[in-house]
Design a protein around this ligand. Structure first.
Ligand SMILES: COc1nc(N)nc2c1ncn2[C@H]1C[C@H](O)[C@@H](COP(=O)(O)OP(=O)(O)OP(=O)(O)O)O1
Length: 290
């Protein structure tokens, strides 16, 4: 099945800036950990844990470092499972580099998730978060009042343990997709379905907590620009390429300000067997769009 929007991008003529994004998954507990960002780029949004890849650092080393700095969770490099790459480009500002964000999941770690002055941790239900969200997606469980409950930790610049959810994993809320970067609403449900369907095949997820893979409503699937999910079965990595046209995030907690990193324009999401990683300015990087 053909993808929808055409993307005319020449990665070779734009600089790339590399980032990492790590999503801890507790498959047996049917839970996904996200951080609520308290400062900097993406403030007021939920996201995975990550940041910039420093000079002379590998992407995977940066993923391990950022996860530990922002969440307190410690993993060894082999525990990082690369899942895909986001290629985010702004057309409103031609001088901005393409954000090349390497997405990983981890399923084992040492330590307990802790709040830092940058991120506060919140668990969400994995099985309830598998479908592409719409504004009317019901939010079961209770969305944590993050910006209220975490301000004390932020003000103190200190560390606060995240509390277990009172009703247990079944009472956890759906991922608040409308409090995330808008392109996450597209790729994250795909990734969670991909992980849960492959784990389910191995009998692994939460003792059968995961329901059969749902089909997104036809209108959503068509507009997501992604391939038919059956066709993607067995492919290992996703590539989500988005051109932002600039706009205002009306869902932002602060009311939304114009940013060149809002307003999804042309985009495509593909699943591939291998990520085309090559040399870019002397370091391993995403090579070309396949
Ligand atoms: C614009 O769209 C984005 N979508 C998503 N899903 N994630 C994004 C987007 N833009 C940035 N990110 C991610 C990538 C990183 O994981 C963080 C940004 O990290 P930050 O700018 O805070 O990098 P640090 O190295 O931690 O920076 P400081 O040490 O200067 O705080 O968001």
């Amino acid at each position: 099945m053909a993808t929808t929007d055409a993307i005319s991008l020449s990665p070779k003529i734009k600089r790339h800036k590399q980032y990492t994004l790590v999503i801890p998954l507790d498959l047996h507990g049917d839970r996904v950990l996200l951080g609520y960002k308290l400062r900097g780029f993406g403030q007021g949004k939920y996201n995975g844990y990550g940041g910039k890849v420093e000079p002379n650092e590998t992407v995977i080393a940066a993923a391990v470092r950022e996860l530990h700095e922002e969440s307190g969770l410690l993993v060894e490099e082999p525990a990082m499972i690369q899942r895909g790459v986001l290629l985010l480009e702004t057309v409103a500002d031609d001088t901005s580099p393409i954000l090349e964000i390497h997405v990983f999941t981890v399923e084992t770690w040492e330590g307990t998730e802790t709040a830092t002055d940058e991120m506060t941790p919140h668990w969400f239900s994995l099985s309830k978060s598998l479908t592409a969200p719409t504004k009317s997606t019901p939010v079961s469980g209770s969305i944590p009042p993050s910006f209220l409950s975490t301000s004390s930790a932020a003000e103190a610049g200190g560390v606060e343990e995240s509390q277990p959810h009172p009703g247990g994993p079944h009472d956890l809320p759906v991922i608040p997709y409308f409090q995330m970067w808008e392109e996450s609403r597209v790729w994250l449900p795909h990734l969670l379905r991909h992980v849960s369907s492959s784990e389910e095949g191995r009998g692994g997820v939460g003792g059968n907590l995961i329901s059969p893979e749902p089909s997104p409503p036809a209108a959503t699937a068509a507009s997501d620009g992604d391939r038919n999910e059956t066709e993607n079965k067995g492919k290992k990595y996703f590539i989500h390429h988005v051109q932002f046209i600039g706009g205002t995030d009306m869902d932002a907690v602060d009311g939304g300000e114009y940013s060149v990193w809002h307003g999804m324009g042309p985009r495509r999401l593909d699943w591939v067997d291998e990520l085309p990683i090559g040399e870019w300015e002397g370091r391993k990087s995403f090579k070309t769009y396949p």
